[in-house]
Design a protein around this ligand. Sequence first.
Ligand code: ZN
Length: 545
Amino acid sequence: MAYQVLYRTYRPAKFSEVVGQEYIVKTLVNAIRNNKIAHAYLFAGPRGTGKTTIAKLFAKAINCQNFDGESCDECNNCKAYLEGNHPDIIELDAASNNGVDDVREIIEQVPYAPLIGKYKVYIIDEVHMLTQQAFNALLKTLEEPPAHVIFILATTDPQKIIPTVLSRCQRYNFSKITLYEIQKRMIEVLDRENIPYDEKAVSEVARMAEGGMRDALSILEQCLAYNPEKLSLEDVEHIFGLTSTEEEVDLYLKIHQNKVSEVIEKLRNMYAQGMDTKRLAVDMLEIVKDTLIYSDKAKEKLLNRITAAEAQEIINNISMDTLLKDADNLEKLISREKMNQSFLVYMELCLIKMAETSNTIRPITKEKEHKETKAESTVESVDDKEETVQSYIVEPETEFLLSILLDANKDLKIADQIIYNKLDLYRYEPEKRKFYQLLIGTELFASNKDAIIICGNKSQSDNINTKATNEELYKFINNEFGIDKMVYGIDNDKKRELIEQYKRTPAEMRNRPVYVEKYHFEETREKKPEDKLKDLFGDVVKVED
Ligand SMILES: [Zn+2]
C-alpha cells in the first residue's frame, strides 16, 4: 500500500480542526466577523506549528461569501480554493523564490482588483529568506497597500525580518504544539487509517516531533512505510536509532562516575550508526529537568521522561549544583543544533565539561580502583583532570575518626540529631536546599564535642568531604543550629571498619563514662559492652550484616 503524504491528507480543512493555536484562530475568526481585517500579517513560530495551514484557511475564509465562523465550502470562492486554483490566493515560497524578480512579479499584480474574491491574498512562506532587495521592494507595497490586498508573511525566524516590515504587520506568535495535542492527533490519524499502535510508540514519535505537527506526521509516515501493519515501539526505535530511556539514564550517570570516555565512545558509535546525537542531548536535558523537578516536589506525575525510581537514583548520586550546571551546559549545546556538521564535537566537549563539573562538586566513586589503574596506564587528558580534582576531597584518616568515636557520646548525638529533625524545612528553600540534598538519606553516626560523623553511601560521604562543600556545610550547621563542629563523612564500609576497630580498642580506652541521668547511674554501670555500642551507634548487629 502506497502511503499518501499524511500531513497533506490530514491537513485541517476547517478552523475547528486546527490543533493548538486556539487563541490565534479565535482572533482571526473574530476579525473576519467584525470586518477588522489588517493588510499585513506576520505569522511567526517554529516549523510545523500551523502557520501556512492557518494562513490558507484564513485566505479561504476571507473570500468565502457565506462565512459563519467557518467557510462554507460551497460558494465559488470556496470551490476555486478547494480545486486549488483560486486566482486571488497567491502563494510564494521565499525559500526557493527569494529574489527581487520574484517579489516584483507579485507586486506588479497588486494594483489590479481581485478576479473572483473580495481580497487578493498573498501568502509568503519563509519570508525571512527574501534577499534584502526583495524585502525593500515588498516594503514599498506594505507601506501603502491597496484596500483589496492582504499579505500574510510566515516565518520561523522573525528576528531576521527588518524592523520596518515588522512594524507594518499584525504579528501572531505560533507556539509549539503540546505533546498531548500531538499524541491526540496522531491517534486520530491512526484510528482513521485503521492501524494498530503501541501507546509508547505514539509518544516516542510525538516527542521526536518537538512540537511540530507536520514533523510528527511525517515521522509517523516513515514508520508506517517500514511497517504498514502496526506502529510499534520496537520499529520506531529501530528506524530512528533511538536509545531507551534506561540507557540514557545510565549514560548520564556514567558521565559523573569517571566514565566520560566510555560515554563518548558510545556516542561515537551511535553517531556512526546514524543516530541523532542532538536527540540524545535533548533527552539528557529532559532527564536533568525531570530530576530537578522531582527533587523539589517528588511528584511522579510531573515526570515527563523518567520514572520516580530513576529520578531518585540520580538524586542519590548527583548533587543539585551539578544538575543545574548540567542543564546549563546541555541547553547551550542544544542551541548549537544548527551547526550540524560539528554537533558531535560540541556534544563531546559538553560531556567532558559536565564530567568536570561533577568532579569539583561531587567526587568520584571507586577512587581506589581508579588510582590503581592510573599507575599502569597512560592517562588521557580527561583523566588527568579527574586526578587533580580528587585532591579536593579531604578524606579523614581512620585513626582520626576513631579518636572522635572514642570521645563520642549518646547525648551529644541526640542533641545534634536536630539537624536531621529539621532537615525537611530546607527542602523548599532555594538557598539552602542543597544542604537538604546533601544530607537526605544519610545518618548521624557519632558526635563528640568537636565533630560529627555522618554516614551515607560512597558518593554522599565523598560529597561531604569535598573541601568547598564541607566548608559550606560547616557554616550551615553552625548558623542554623548553633552547632560549631567539624563534619566528616563516611560510607558504610568505613562505618563497619570503624565499629570493628572500636570494639578492638582496649576497654579502658573506649570505656568512657556514658552520660546518664544520675538516678539511673547504678543501672547503666552494669550495661554490657554490646549495649554501650548500641547506645552509641544504634543497631550495630544490623550494620555488621
Ligand atoms: Zn464559501
